[in-house]
Ligand binder design. Structure first.
Ligand SMILES: C[S@@+](CC[C@H](N)C(=O)[O-])C[C@H]1O[C@@H](n2cnc3c(N)ncnc32)[C@H](O)[C@@H]1O
Length: 206
């Protein structure tokens, strides 16, 4: 006989404590990935506030461009069960870890895609989260790994590509950037909120 907990199947799969703080969340991953956390994965408070802004209506489809091990999407999906969170990640190892964490936490309103964001059909998504994924092309320190090609021209290419994609989206599209230099944000996106240190920015397209 099964004990009634009052929770559905997905709730019973959840490790509820992993959403308590950043340290607890890191425990979903191997030690090497935990060590990258402070520098490369969105802090829990930032993910929570950003996801709330992007999930502005039920059924919204939100894309994290460069989703790493899935932290933004998983936190977003946990606190916004009526929205759908997608992450695209170019590194297969990180994509695999994101899928494992998704399955461990039972966040089935979250999904991940392995590949380069330039291969996606952006018409499939309403709102966007961007934790300066392209900066690794300019930064010579603190890289996630040395398995991919980095270059300044890739940085420029990706920024221009994303700029065009965002510019083509309809009025009302929401965008959150974290640690961005702003190169990918078209002027039609109006800043509506910003953290005191200006690292986190929230925009709505005119
Ligand atoms: C700073 S991490 C942010 C991870 C995640 N968004 C978060 O907030 O926790 C940026 C990620 O973007 C990925 N990335 C960089 N360029 C990409 C591209 N062109 N297509 C897909 N992923 C990319 C990197 O591999 C890295 O995992």
């Amino acid at each position: 006989m099964e004990l009634s907990t009052g929770f559905g199947l997905s709730e019973r799969l959840v490790k509820p404590n992993c959403f308590l703080n950043d340290g607890a969340f890191d425990w979903l991953y191997p030690e090497r990935i935990q060590r990258l956390s402070r520098r490369h994965w969105t802090p829990l408070g930032v993910a929570k506030a950003s996801a709330r802004f992007l999930a502005n209506a039920p059924g919204k489809r939100i894309l994290d461009i460069g989703s790493g091990v899935g932290k933004f999407c998983l936190v977003g999906g946990h606190y916004n069960p009526d929205a759908l969170f997608f992450g695209v990640e170019q590194r297969e190892e990180l994509y695999d870890l994101a899928m494992d964490a998704r399955n461990m936490t039972g966040k089935f309103n979250v999904d991940f895609i392995h590949g380069n964001f330039t291969h996606l059909d952006m018409d499939d998504y309403d709102n966007f989260y961007f934790y300066n994924a392209f900066f690794e092309n300019l930064d010579h320190q603190d890289r996630i790994d040395h398995k991919i090609e980095y270059s300044q021209s890739l940085y420029v290419y990706y920024c221009k590509y994303l700029f065009k994609v965002l510019d083509a989206k309809p009025s009302g599209t929401r965008l959150v950037t974290f640690h961005s230099l702003g190169d990918e944000v078209p002027p039609a996106y109006h800043l509506v909120d910003c953290s005191v240190d200006t690292l986190l920015k929230m925009y709505i397209k005119k």
